[in-house]
Design a protein around this ligand. Sequence first.
Ligand SMILES: O=C(O)C1=C[C@@H](OP(=O)(O)O)[C@@H](O)[C@H](O)C1
Ligand SMILES: C=C(OP(=O)(O)O)C(=O)O
Length: 411
Amino acid sequence: MNIRLHKIEKPESRIIKISGSKSETNRALLLKALQHSIQIENGSDSDDSYLMLQAISEKKEVIDIGHAGTAMRFLTAYFAIQPDCSVIIKGSDRMHERPIGILVEALKQLGAEIHYLEKQGYPPLKIIGKKLIQNRISIQATVSSQYISALLLIAFRLENGLRLQLIGKVTSVPYIKMTLQMLNRIGVKTDWTDDVITVYPASELADTTLSIESDWSSASYYYAIIALSPVGTFLELRDFEKESLQGDACIIRIYENFGVTTHFKGKSIRLEKVASPAKEYLEADLTNAPDIAQTIAVTCLGLNILCNLTGLHTLRIKETDRLQALKNEIEKWGGTVCITENSLQLTSKININRDTKPVLIKTYQDHRMAMAFAPLALKTTLDIQEAEVVSKSYPDFWKDLKKIGFKMQEL
Ligand SMILES: O=C(O)C1=C[C@@H](OP(=O)(O)O)[C@@H](O)[C@H](O)C1
Ligand SMILES: C=C(OP(=O)(O)O)C(=O)O
């Protein structure tokens, strides 16, 4: 389904409730599979969390995990320690291009039996579940934190726990901290000193309710909407915490550069555009928050601000090559976007508010491409291809934009 987003002046100031964080939910679902007494509140309604839940509960011999990267990685570790289990996990064509070798080799060092069914280092995988006895391994930490989280999540169920040595500059650190904090919440002891993470074994755990905070990556699109709106515009988002487990909450500080303030009122946040952007140039290192890179790049485009975004090395292996996808789509308005292996620069100002035929944004089966470009409707009319991709993390995205006054039509 392609849609046209008609230009609007500003959003209506309504209250929006985004569902729970996809990252927290997928961790909670895995922990619940290992400790049934755990209860989950405010779980994510995303496709990725649904696929994760289905894979755990249906106990099929062949699981299709679609585009869900965290589910693919977490379930690989989970099935590797299920005795008497033999399962094949496959995914979308893109999933079969997203590397998993670092995690598989680490699990094999622990004693797991995992076979590549097509290309070495990539899904699909055949996993024969085993009791794992080893507890000391090292792992390359520069490529994806999801491999590390996957190992940490199962570690309390290993007889001797896990001592994991991280090699290289650790990427997406807040996601590893989120994993450790969620383990702590269910009563598992952990330690992270220098480059070594230790998870202690635990068999008897108290009943716990894991209450999931709303999704900050999804909230980022509302920050973009407010940033592109006139001074005085505000919106309220429900169920967010001042002390978040999610690294993407750093959006609060980044959007201050664009004149957007955040006020916590109990469990709601009020975003308000209080001033025009202070600077005409933004420099940001997003090593710790890769999922908001697209939001920020497109906000800069809409505000006519130049930027240098760094720490983006993981973007090449996500739902699509996000650096190339951003370059392709932004350049449709003219100008040049420079990308390297780990950075993106907008080096020339681009006027998107022109009286030309609406630009059609390709989404490359990446939910964040659709959601990152949608806020540009505050500046120009534009078309979004395959708009349904948003369901990977935020199925109600278009419905919620309509609630705040976005005008859209199917093409
Ligand atoms: O652990 C998680 O929940 C995630 C970790 C990050 O991946 P990388 O560590 O591969 O950057 C992030 O991009 C992804 O959306 C979710
Ligand atoms: C990268 C993402 O997800 P995953 O790696 O879990 O597919 C994302 O949601 O932006």
